[in-house]
Design a protein around this ligand. Structure first.
Ligand SMILES: O=P(O)(O)OC[C@H]1O[C@H](O[C@H]2O[C@H](CO)[C@@H](O)[C@H](O)[C@H]2O)[C@H](O)[C@@H](O)[C@@H]1O
Ligand SMILES: O=c1ccn([C@@H]2O[C@H](COP(=O)(O)OP(=O)(O)O)[C@@H](O)[C@H]2O)c(=O)[nH]1
Length: 969
């Protein structure tokens, strides 16, 4: 194994193994950007010798097309991916069931649809190949079998293709066609980027801006001004490049394909794809950390990029922290609602979850059995006999903390002189992004430190640091992983760090110690077995080195066992499979969950069915449904909130009266408003009133009672009040209402833009402040922020309300018609699903641990007594429904809802057929409701028609009356 000489140049960057040795055609871009994606290039010479896949295109035509990438989805068990150095084929092993994650639903699922393989288009900046031009129309390709390739190789029932940049500039058509043909053999599809765009997009925006920012290094410091100047052109190039990737995807897309976009290079891609075809299934996965929103918000294009990523159906990260940061950036910067499921924007959910990547551990284990690797192991063992060997394997990137690692090692040597000639650090530093000035500076800095330390501690026969500016072939790397005593990973930030996994996988016999930075994603999975360090704390790292070198065999064994179990069961295949499954499921659920843009309410049919039903239920919202529009009611008025109170639309009084007087009709106004507001507006009508999202109920001409779940926890009230007061004082013309079960801060009369800004800040206070762990829901309206106790929704309440109505009216005929109209918040749309006969009943179920108490005390105070109603106990478990879909799987085991079951012995209360159920959202674009009305004006006009038809129908007492009426319309 080549090592650098301490006394000469300790680190030589001249040997760059990836250029494949003298391309016949000048290839400036290839020189500029020699690094090979996430998959380090192995030395071309070694690869050519070791790997049958390092073949030229002619050879590819002659050889059987069994290559690693070509094997996506067509691999038969045991088939050997030819490029793989171990010649062992992708492993079928490693599908041990994974413990459930709170994020994605995990576990192995077959992806095929009726035995068909699902097509998967993997889109990444780099193709997993290095391409070298050998003639005008002749290319040699070398596959790099890195983590992602291995991961996808192992996914069964998927027919995968890879779309990306081949890492070379191909200006001429002949060359492009030849390369496209050659790549097709490997199931790869090229995106051709020219030199200028690569410079601006890849070197500039990706590697000089996004990369350092995502790793907490901030925007470039030294050339800050230049960066600011270039920012716009680089961002434009970034968008252009993303569009070029998108164009290639469009060309190859077939209906039903899954498109998996990778990494920070392609944040703009989900938007391009969805704009082109909203039905594409799009996932996006970030391999780097996603930084805290405080860091992310410094990025000038922050909103545009977030919005684009949110166009994806599923967004994945390595750790929960990164996922959390992303959600919080979306709430903080875009003002969207973060939920445990992801990010919601006007009813559309982008699912966000953690999918920690793994490795193909079997591939590493098999490699250790190969003769070539054993030979390497022997050589290394002899070479370093009598010394402990520590290993570092990193790209030469500032995020990897290489200077910090070397300085810590120096400190260890300083403080432990007895170890001076008994330990050696082998540092493999693979050149990367060599065109970016920051990387060039880092290279010189590392060389300088290594030279100094070797000069200081070296002897005539040995040096403490062997530093290599090059990559190794897979065999040499496996051998190194296997023979070394300690691996030292000191990343300052690292998305995951696969090197730590690979080291563990190869240490089956030696049980070496892993020293791992707590800032690598891997620390969250290997933390229990590794020695975790803060790489900035040189003293701590130096002490950890001593600890590792002197660790008892027992402790080593124990630590290793833990990590080995993790690495071998959480495989790359499992990762890819879980992501793709999750994406499929997310899309399927979204289709079920949200009717994208419902059609307009079919007025005639709605009225027709109404007239022909025997027992009808009309559920009407108040705000923005039965009210005058904001513009005409208050905005122009003075500062007095009083003037702005909700008022029933005057044109509705007559129609409502008519409807309420019909004895076959029960009308409920179900609102978030408090009781007094409803009393004032609807006191005169023969109807039921449900205030505060149904927590209070007033029968026709009766007294208010509470339907609140009895264990509603209201401890959060004071903290929220404090926050609401603070923002109300600072936002002119905003106000807040303190209701019995909720607080609402309303800024609909304030300056809209300023109100929104304030709302975002308020949400941050609420989400991260004193109530962050309280049992509350923070619900965003279009001009309001509401905090409610968990479980306070209209859907959850309607069940209890119905029970009460049925009981009180002594209904003899089942309800056979339901019309539910409202401008409800997303959270309250569960009411639509509650009645929908087409929703499977188990998807409506949400465990509601509180039992119900229908306390008839006139003041409506919550009761502490448990309900003695058998009915309410079981009914309360219904509702909440699909908008809270996470519950659907668990809920089915927690309660067995019968559909709309009996409230009275022996009789069914609801007999609702699909054609007699009309749910209608007012003024919403997306909704769970079946239909839409665009404004409260349309509601007014519709209810007028309905009332007129009723009058006509009842007046004529004729079965044809309604037809006569309807014919006039
Ligand atoms: O293609 P390059 O510019 O040379 O960069 C190489 C890759 O580096 C990054 O890798 C990340 O992915 C790993 C696997 O998920 C993870 O373990 C590691 O922590 C990350 O840094 C980058 O995200 C890739 O896109 C690059 O291809
Ligand atoms: O000479 C080398 C050094 C490293 N690697 C591979 O490069 C990857 C590095 O991944 P990691 O997640 O540790 O960091 P990244 O470089 O992606 O940030 C690992 O799979 C290594 O096996 C390689 O193929 N050849």
């Amino acid at each position: 194994m080549p090592t650098s000489s301490p006394s000469n140049s300790p680190a030589s960057s001249s040997s760059y193994p990836c250029d494949g040795g003298g391309a016949a055609y000048p290839n400036p871009i290839n020189r500029m950007m020699p690094e090979r994606g996430r998959h380090y290039p192995f030395s071309a010479a070694a690869a050519a010798a070791a790997s049958p896949d390092a073949m030229d295109t002619d050879a590819a035509e002659r050889a059987p097309a069994v290559t690693s990438v070509a094997d996506f989805g067509v691999q038969s068990p045991g088939a050997a991916p030819a490029n793989m150095d171990d010649a062992g084929g992708a492993s079928a092993a490693g599908h041990a069931p994974r413990p459930p994650l709170a994020g994605p639903r995990s576990g192995f699922r077959r992806l095929g649809l009726r035995g068909m393989k699902q097509r998967l288009l993997v889109v990444a900046n780099r193709l997993p190949v290095s391409a070298n031009r050998r003639g005008e129309d002749h290319w040699s390709l070398e596959i790099s079998a890195g983590g992602l390739v291995s991961a996808l190789l192992g996914v069964k029932d998927v027919d995968a293709k890879w779309i990306g940049w081949a890492g070379v500039n191909v200006p001429d058509e002949i060359g492009q066609r030849a390369l496209t043909r050659a790549l097709a053999e490997k199931r790869c599809i090229p995106v051709f980027l020219d030199e200028e765009i690569v410079h601006q997009y890849y070197n500039g925006y990706c590697n000089n801006i996004l990369w350092p920012l995502f790793h907490y290094l901030g925007l470039p410091q030294e050339d800050r001004l230049a960066t600011t100047r270039n920012f716009e052109s680089q961002f434009n190039a970034y968008k252009r490049a993303n569009q070029m990737f998108a164009d290639v995807v469009y060309e190859h897309y077939q209906e039903g394909d899954v498109i998996w976009c990778h990494d920070y290079h392609l944040m703009f891609l989900p938007k391009c794809l969805k704009d082109h075809n909203i039905n594409m299934k799009v996932g996006w996965f970030l391999h780097t950390p996603f930084p805290s929103s405080e860091i992310y918000r410094t990025l000038p294009s922050r909103s545009e990029l977030l919005r684009s990523v949110l166009c994806a159906d599923l967004v994945g990260f390595h750790t929960y922290d990164y996922a959390r940061h992303f959600v919080s950036a979306c709430t903080r910067i875009l003002g969207l609602e973060g939920t445990p499921e992801g990010v919601e924007d006007q009813g559309r959910l982008t699912r966000v979850a953690a999918f920690p990547i793994g490795i193909d551990s079997e591939r590493f284990k098999r490699a250790l059995e190969l003769t070539a690797v054993k030979r390497h192991i022997n050589e290394l063992t002899q070479r370093f006999a009598g010394r402990k060997v520590m290993l570092g394997v990193d790209r030469l990137d500032m995020i990897k903390g290489i200077p910090q690692k070397i300085l810590a090692f120096e400190k260890f040597l300083e403080e432990n002189p007895l170890w001076n000639d008994k330990v050696v650090l082998l540092q493999i530093a693979v050149p990367t992004r060599t065109d970016v000035p920051e990387y060039q500076k880092l290279t010189s800095q590392v060389h300088e430190i290594v030279g100094r330390i070797n000069g200081r501690f070296g002897t005539l026969t040995a040096v403490p640091i062997h530093h290599l500016d090059r990559s190794l072939d897979f065999h040499a790397l496996c051998a190194l992983y296997a023979v070394t005593d300690v691996a030292l990973v000191t990343s300052l930030r690292d998305g995951m760090n696969l090197v730590s996994y690979e080291y563990v996988a190869c240490q089956g016999s030696k049980k070496g110690v892993l020293i791992l930075s707590e800032f690598a994603g891997a620390a969250q999975s290997l933390g229990a077995g590794a020695i975790l360090v803060n790489p900035w704390n040189i003293t701590e790292v130096a002490n950890s080195i001593r600890h590792a070198l002197t660790m008892s065999p027992d402790e080593r064994e124990k630590r290793h066992r833990h990590n080995y179990a993790h690495v071998t069961t959480h495989t790359a295949q499992d990762w890819a499979e879980t992501f793709v499954c999750e994406l499929n499921e997310t899309v399927a659920e979204a289709q079920l969950r949200t009717r994208q843009v419902p059609p307009d309410l079919p007025n005639r049919a709605t009225i027709h069915q109404y007239l022909h039903s025997k027992n009808r239920l009309l559920i009407l919202g108040f705000n923005s449904t039965l009210t005058e529009p904001v513009e005409s009611s208050g905005r122009r008025g003075g500062d007095q909130i009083k003037e702005m109170e909700l008022k029933l639309h005057p044109d509705l009084k007559g129609p409502l009266r008519t409807l309420c007087e019909d004895e076959r009709t029960t009308v409920i106004v179900l609102s978030g408003s408090d009781r007094s507001v409803l009393d004032e507006n609807f006191g005169e009508f023969n109807m039921w009133l449900a205030a505060e999202h149904g927590m209070f109920l007033r029968p026709t001409n009766g007294e208010w009672m509470t339907t609140m779940p009895e264990h509603l926890n209201m401890d959060w009230v004071d903290s929220v009040k404090h926050v609401f007061e603070y923002f109300t004082e600072r936002t002119p013309r905003s106000h807040f209402e303190h209701r019995e079960t909720s607080f609402v801060w309303n800024y609909k009369y304030a300056d809209v833009e300023f109100g929104r800004l304030q709302a975002r800040d308020m949400l941050q206070h609420l989400w991260t402040g004193p109530i962050s762990n309280a049992a509350v829901d923070v619900v965003q309206g279009s001009r309001s922020v509401e905090v409610r106790s968990v479980g306070v929704t209209k859907g959850a309440a309607i069940d209890r309300i119905l029970g009460e109505i049925v009981h009180s009216k002594s209904m003899l005929t089942p309800i056979d018609y339901v019309l539910c109209i409202g401008h409800f918040l997303g959270k309250d749309e569960d009411i639509y699903v509650f009645f929908d006969p087409e929703y499977p009943s188990e998807s409506k179920v949400k465990q509601d641990s509180a039992s119900v108490s229908l306390d008839r005390r006139p003041n409506g105070r919550p009761s502490n007594s448990r309900s003695n109603s058998k009915n309410s106990q079981s009914r309360v478990q219904k509702a909440q429904a699909a908008s809270e879909r996470s519950s659907s799987s668990s809920s089915s085991s927690q309660g067995t809802p019968t559909s709309h079951h009996d409230w009275r012995e022996g009789s069914s209360v609801l007999d609702l057929k699909g054609e007699n159920y009309f749910s209608c959202a007012v003024g919403r674009k997306r909704s769970n409701a079946r239909y839409l009305l665009n404004s409260s004006e349309e509601v007014v006009s519709f209810l007028k028609d309905m009332a007129n038809a009723t009058t006509a129908h009842n007046g004529f007492q004729s079965t044809t009356a309604d037809y006569m009426f309807l014919d006039r319309q």
